[in-house]
Design a protein around this ligand. Structure first.
Ligand code: 2HG
Ligand code: ZN
Length: 399
């Protein structure tokens, strides 16, 4: 980095390269790709403090495997856990399916080591749970997508591995029922809630051909509870919740739980497998607005582009909608229309254009939908302070 800084050579830091917005991909042609893959040492795990310290290139699944004998897990889980690296996870503040239970990755990071654009190292490798000593610099690097510094080491607070879990799938006829189920789940399941995911019938059609005995439903809600309480009590709790609904299935054994989760996990994979183009949006807003946003986009597209199909799914309880549109071929007009409709809706409701995937290159020009002019100007000032020659991941986040 010192050399590149002196020579003004642009650098693209890269972890597992599993991001969805092009943040770790060189796109100008003159960049050096700086892979962190071989910085994959796990330094230590302190069971008294439940903190793991490791290098950035450690693959998420490997960290989970290392933690399992101690009885702990990483506070995040995502589809790419077999190849994504913790450094990239931290640099993008990656979300995933444990967010509801353990909060953002940001909230679980206790310390970082970062190399700045000029080659200087800042050692912020705290393992302290409490530390109010002025500006918390690590938070500038978490989610900065490699534009302010290169994260080389991390300290992560880890939750305990829970002994039992129960998964349920509900079939619902109205979107409002899915939203109402959020408060019902909080009431009935309380602190044992581990995940609440949802998808619509269009997503279900491409994800699965399996008959679940739920009949045709317009929406599906996957609810998981996890706890160290005994399995019977956990199951009773879930049954109490399920009893409120006419269409639901319960899974306690590993195989059936996996098959319910597959229905949700298959959706982006099935979209990828369809010939054609998928326009992907990862937005956040109050959960009661997801269907309205989707119908609005659908309505705007329907008249002119009858072949376009709209899918809604996502992390309902986190307010994170994955709105995906498919069309037989890429069409810039579809993209423009979808974006102007969705982003106007987000602007109106103060939503975010990126709930968990980051900004990268793909969303950079729309940053102003979710950030004020002054906020963006402050971001630019920070970028200039840390990287005056703009060598670190140029044109990402801020274009
Ligand atoms: C998920 O929740 C991922 O499945 C991917 O964030 C979402 O591909 C997508 O749109
Ligand atoms: Zn997601």
């Amino acid at each position: 980095l010192k050399y590149c800084h002196e020579q003004r050579v642009p650098v693209v830091p890269q972890g597992g390269n599993t991001g969805m917005v092009g943040g770790s991909v060189p796109h100008r042609g003159d960049e050096v790709v700086l892979s962190l893959s071989r910085m994959n040492k796990i330094h230590s795990f302190d069971p008294t403090n439940a903190v793991i310290q490791c290098q950035s290139g450690c693959i998420l699944d490997n960290l989970n495997e290392y933690l399992r004998p101690y009885g702990y897990v990483m506070p995040l889980d995502l589809g790419s856990s077999g190849s994504c690296q913790i450094g990239g996870n931290v640099a993008t503040n990656a979300g995933g399916i444990r967010f509801l239970r353990y909060g953002s990755l940001r909230s679980n990071i206790l310390g970082l080591k970062v190399v700045l654009a000029n080659g200087d190292t800042i050692d912020l490798l705290n393992t302290l749970r409490k530390d109010n000593t002025g500006y918390d610099l690590k938070h500038l690097f978490i989610g900065s997508e490699g534009t302010l510094g290169v994260i080389t080491d991390v300290c992560v607070a880890t939750p305990m591995l829970l002994a039992n879990s129960v998964t349920a799938l509900l079939g619902l006829d109205y979107y409002e029922d899915a939203v109402a189920a959020l408060s019902a789940a909080r009431n009935k399941l309380g602190e044992s809630i581990a995940a609440i995911e949802y998808w619509d019938s269009a997503s279900m059609r491409i994800s699965s051909t399996t008959q679940l005995g739920l009949g045709d439903c317009r929406f599906y809600l996957l609810v998981e509870v996890a706890s160290n309480m005994n399995l019977e009590s956990l199951e009773d709790r879930m049954m109490d919740f399920l009893g409120m609904y006419s269409k639901g299935v319960l899974a306690t054994d590993e195989g059936k739980k996996k098959s319910l989760w597959k229905l949700r996990e298959n959706i982006p994979l099935a979209l990828k497998g369809m010939n054609g183009h998928t326009y992907k949006y990862d937005v956040s807003m109050s959960p009661h607005l997801f269907n309205q946003a989707t119908l609005m986009v659908q309505h705007h597209l329907a008249a002119e582009y009858p072949h376009a199909q709209v899918f809604q799914y996502g992390h309902l309880a986190d307010g994170n909608l994955h709105l995906n549109i498919w069309s037989p071929t890429f069409d810039q007009e579809i993209k423009n229309l979808a974006e102007s409709t969705l982003y106007e809706f987000l602007r109106l409701h103060r939503g975010s254009i990126s709930a968990e995937h980051g900004i990268g290159v793909l969303k950079a020009k729309h940053l102003n939908v979710s950030k004020s002019e002054k906020a963006i100007a402050t971001m630019r000032n920070l970028k200039f302070l840390f990287d005056p020659y703009n060598i670190l991941n140029p044109n990402k986040v801020l274009n």
